[in-house]
Design a protein. Structure first.
Length: 66
């Protein structure tokens, strides 16, 4: 593997670099947008929040295959 190959591998999958909401210190927690279970994120967070199970399933679904 060359240095050029290393650069290509490190830039191929950018989903891991996605911004994540801040973890909540305690209740109230935001509801998961898929299953409505409590998440690890504060209720005041604006944006898509997923519970740990849905977050893991989404990561599996969108994982880079290569």
């Amino acid at each position: 593997m060359t240095d050029q190959d290393d650069e290509a591998d490190s830039t191929y999958c950018t989903i891991a670099d996605a911004a994540r909401p801040p973890k909540a210190d305690g209740p109230p927690y935001a509801a998961c947008v898929l299953c409505q279970e409590p998440t690890e994120y504060p209720e005041s967070y604006k944006g898509i929040t997923l519970c740990p199970v849905c977050e893991w399933q989404e990561a599996q679904r969108t994982a880079c295959s290569g």
